[in-house]
Design a protein around this ligand. Structure first.
Ligand code: GLN
Length: 221
């Protein structure tokens, strides 16, 4: 019995040794969730459901051990206050430059944008979009509706909370979803930005899309 088990495990180990080296970087399967402010906990739950082993980060150097990053919604002005007290700008720019995937939602998208208005504020310029903050006016400043997301297989339920509007999309940016014709989900390289809150619905397609590259390695391992 013991002998049989040993033989079986031996074969599995040999198979594992032939796997490509990328598969061994499994801490690489973990996704960091910026946890300075905002609704980071809900992102953590969605990622956990997808098996993406989230962990909360509160210091810039914690990004070193992340394979992916979520910049959650909240208040972009407050997030910026935190950013000014530690070298977050360099850490996030370095993260994006490394090609690791990033999902930025609402305030997270505002922080990453190239241009921010209403009022004008700094943007990291890590996705080539111009956003206008709190741009749906009083009546509709928070609402739930379906958005058109042909790239994700059709309609997608979306929660908008004092959301920004994307006023310009650079030529290198793909529009993945629209609401009433306006872009609400965009992608540039490994950066995906949503003006809504995909973490507040049970529809997991946006998280899956943003971190698609991390699934293969986890499955193989
Ligand atoms: N209104 C917020 C801002 O301008 C964003 C709101 C959100 O993240 N839900 O930063």
């Amino acid at each position: 019995m013991a002998g049989r088990r040993e033989t079986g495990e031996g074969r599995r180990d040999e198979a594992a040794l032939r796997l490509p080296s990328s598969v061994y970087r499994l801490p690489s399967g973990r996704v960091a969730v910026l946890a300075l402010q905002g609704d980071f906990a809900a992102h953590g739950e969605r990622l956990r459901e997808l098996g993406l082993a989230p962990f909360e980060v509160r210091k810039p150097d914690e990004l070193n051990r992340a394979a992916g990053l979520v910049l959650p919604g909240g208040e972009s002005t407050t997030i910026w206050k935190f950013f000014e007290s530690e070298p977050w700008e360099n850490a996030i720019a370095g993260f994006v430059a490394s090609g690791r995937p990033v999902l930025a939602t609402c305030a997270g998208a505002i922080v990453l944008a190239r241009e921010v208005s209403n009022p004008v504020q700094k943007g990291l310029g890590l996705i080539d979009i111009a956003v206008e903050r709190n741009a749906y006016g009083r009546q509709a400043d928070s609402f739930l509706d379906d958005v058109e997301a042909p790239a994700l297989g059709g309609r997608l339920p979306a929660v908008f909370i004092r959301a920004p509007r994307i006023r310009r999309v650079g030529s290198g940016v793909a529009v993945l979803a629209r609401w009433k014709g306006e872009p609400v989900l965009v992608q540039q390289g490994a950066v995906v930005a949503a003006t809504f809150h995909p973490e507040l619905t049970r529809d997991e397609r946006v998280h899956r899309l943003a971190f698609a590259g991390l699934f293969g390695a986890r499955k193989t391992a």
